[in-house]
Design a protein around this ligand. Structure first.
Ligand code: SAH
Length: 229
């Protein structure tokens, strides 16, 4: 797909900038080959205004959501950001393209390994961890930003604890009225927390536990046995 750069620019202009997103994220999103973050048969659709399936019942987020969440996160070059929910690795790539140091956590082994390989191949220097990002075995902080790309019923406490002073957390959170809403949490210079609520959204759920390398089920051949990794 040699003409992808013009498709990327059009996507940014119409879907991201056209809906009011501003700042360095626009240039970053125009530079990332989104069609290489989906399977080949979906590459043609990579630029449409929608999330797309990436296998394992998961999705690559809608471009606008990536743009808006990144705008709220407002990372500066050289800052450290932790992502929970690597998925395809696209959000991580956008952050890398902004000069951010990214650590990203994915609970599904297959997606973690694929994204790690993909990001490295495309030259994005992100650290991909196969781990449950809702659990306590967290990478060492502090982080200037935490971005959660799966919907949680509530925020894990350590996501706030791991934030540096001046740090920002962006997450879709399930709300009482039904649906989910983007939360921006800032840890102020004095350590106090300031929350603001933004638009409604729709993300796949944050789930507990790692997936992959399950023990053999009776009468069932493994499709992805440990020896193949
Ligand atoms: N940021 C991704 C889209 C995320 S889809 C992208 O740019 O493509 C949400 C991802 O969160 C899925 O891959 C899902 O497996 C993962 N996820 C869900 N619960 C998780 C958890 N507890 N820890 C880590 N990853 C989780």
């Amino acid at each position: 797909m040699s003409h992808w750069r013009s498709l990327a620019e059009e996507m940014v202009r119409e879907q991201i900038e056209g809906r009011g997103v501003r700042g360095a994220v626009l240039e970053a999103m125009a530079s990332v080959p989104r069609h290489l973050f989906v399977s080949e048969n979906l590459a043609e659709n990579a630029w449409i205004d929608s999330p797309l399936p990436i296998g394992e019942d998961q999705t690559i987020s809608q471009p606008y959501m990536v743009g808006r969440m990144t705008e709220l996160l407002a990372p500066s070059p050289g800052e450290r950001v932790l992502e929970v929910g690597t998925g395809s690795g696209y959000q991580a790539a956008v952050l890398c393209a902004m000069g951010v140091k990214v650590v990203t956590m994915e609970r599904i082994k297959k997606l973690a390994l694929e994204s790690r390989e993909r990001l490295a191949r495309l030259g994005y220097d992100a650290e991909v961890l196969w781990t449950d990002g809702s659990a306590e075995d967290r990478p060492e902080g502090p982080f200037d930003g935490v971005i959660v790309t799966a919907a949680a019923p509530e925020l894990e406490r350590w996501w706030t604890d791991v934030l540096a002073k001046g740090g920002r957390l962006v997450a879709p959170v399930s709300v009482m009225s039904g649906g989910q809403r983007l939360l921006l949490r800032k840890k102020l210079g004095n350590g106090r927390i300031k929350d603001t609520w933004h638009e409604y959204c729709r993300f796949v759920p944050l789930l507990k536990g790692k997936k992959g390398d399950e023990p053999l089920r009776p009468n069932n051949e493994p499709t992805n046995g440990p020896n193949r990794e």
